[in-house]
Design a protein around this ligand. Structure first.
Ligand SMILES: [Zn+2]
Length: 212
């Protein structure tokens, strides 16, 4: 398979407005936890979509290292009964934002991470091909922390400075009926206000955030 990016792909990547943030698709201020769970993107793919997820292991338990162990195939499947449900899966995301806003990165943005699964957005299937996956430490339909929104908003701006990102949506929007994350409590309106992104760049605000 050709690994040389096509002329279209090179043209699709604008000059970085923030020199020093990115090095070969790795964020300079993230903690790097390289995952083997990735591949090459199809040649010529414009990276134009961000998919927001939520995850915690076991679900609803925060602060441990289980997510990074899952994404690096080092999770002890016998350590918790829940892990039996996911035993052996090989997944990853590009980024993970902890409850305190700390940023971890597992896969270069230039590479294809394994976060979306069977998915479709605006008529294009296999969203892993052209998206960046960002996991928020959390539980679907439960509120997220302000620090997470702030890290996410900053990361989105930095991604847009280097790749032609056009939309940010939830996993629930690219895999409706199969996935529910990040869920009703994710505040897309807050994200819009922090990023200045327009409504057409975000999912339809059909699901207002839960009131506290
Ligand atoms: Zn997800």
């Amino acid at each position: 398979m050709a690994t040389e990016p096509s002329a279209d792909a090179r043209r699709a990547q604008p000059q970085s407005a923030q020199p020093g943030v990115w090095h070969a698709g790795w964020h300079s201020r993230a903690r790097h936890v390289p995952s083997p769970n990735h591949g090459t993107r199809p040649a010529g793919t414009a990276i134009d979509l961000v998919i927001v997820h939520s995850i915690s292991l076991p679900p609803g338990v925060y602060g441990g290292d289980e997510v990074e162990r899952l994404f690096t195939n080092t999770l002890d499947w016998d350590a918790h009964p829940y892990f039996e449900q996911i035993r052996g899966i090989e997944v990853s995301s590009h980024f993970f934002i902890r409850r305190d806003g700390a940023l971890l990165q597992f896969v270069s943005v230039e590479d294809r991470a394994w976060h979306a699964g069977k998915s479709s957005w605006q008529g294009r299937d296999n969203c892993n091909d052209h998206s960046v996956g960002i996991e928020l430490e959390g539980l679907e339909h439960h509120p997220f922390e302000q620090a997470q929104y702030e890290t996410l908003a900053r990361l989105l701006a930095e991604l847009r400075g280097n790749w032609p990102i056009r939309h940010a949506v939830g996993h629930e929007h690219v895999a409706p009926g199969r996935k529910e994350d990040p869920g009703r409590a994710f505040d897309w309106g807050l994200l819009a206000s922090l990023t200045g992104w327009q409504s057409e760049q975000l999912p339809p605000l059909a699901m207002p955030p839960l009131q506290a």
